[in-house]
Design a protein around this ligand. Structure first.
Ligand code: SF4
Length: 206
């Protein structure tokens, strides 16, 4: 029996409805090659189109702000940056991560080295499983604040998650630690002790 429930069949009266399965090949709207209902395909394509429109609008918002940014006074930049940060936190608390991401990106246009914005963006990407973006965000935090032990842990955890399914993950963790030292221009003996204390157990285990 088909798992597709027909949106049109099953109405006995205006008030009552019993779910009826798709009639498959007996229906004109059944797409045999894709094994699905044409109306379901239209619905899916419409949703995808709306998502792409939304992303385009968000990109345009960012481009517009980047263009206008130069004309803002330092006070205006700070004021707007704080506004976007607050809006972003609010959206994040409500679970609207897409809106929150847009707000934190706007805050970073006005204040590119803002560690709070980078940190929160990293947290959002981490929750979404977008490891490479989370890694970039946490690295940006560490460039401003290499002593942030919490961020070191988060960064390493992203690498762990990204490599967790690979058989040679232990080697990769060790390589990553070395690479991070080079990238952040912090040789082993210059890495903050607090950072080393928290990174080592996470990378190598107890
Ligand atoms: S193909 Fe026809 S019967 Fe099947 S779900 Fe679509 S409209 Fe209903």
């Amino acid at each position: 029996m088909s798992k597709i429930v027909c949106p049109f069949l099953g109405f006995t009266t205006e008030a009552d409805r019993v779910e009826k399965p798709c009639m498959l090949e007996k229906c004109t709207f059944y797409n045999t090659s894709e094994a699905c209902c044409t109306f379901h395909e239209i619905g899916k394509a419409s949703r995808e189109y709306l998502v792409s429109l939304k992303k385009l609008a968000e990109q345009n918002e960012l481009i517009l702000l980047r263009d206008r940014c130069e004309s803002f006074t330092p006070d205006e930049k700070t004021e707007r940056m704080e506004l976007y940060m607050s809006q972003g936190q609010l959206s994040k608390a409500k679970g609207d991560l897409e809106r929150a991401t847009l707000d934190f990106k706007k805050a970073l246009i006005l204040d590119p080295t803002n560690p709070r914005a980078h940190q929160t963006l990293g947290d959002i990407y981490s929750v979404q499983g977008i490891f490479d973006e989370a890694i970039s965000a946490y690295k940006n935090v560490l460039r401003c604040d290499p002593d942030s032990g919490e961020t070191w842990i988060k960064l390493i955890l992203q690498y762990r998650a990204m490599y967790s399914h690979l058989p040679h993950r232990e080697t990769l963790y060790a390589e990553v630690t070395q690479k991070l030292r080079d990238e952040l221009r912090a040789p082993a003996d210059l890495l903050p002790r607090s950072a080393l204390r928290v990174v080592a157990p996470v990378v190598y285990g107890d």
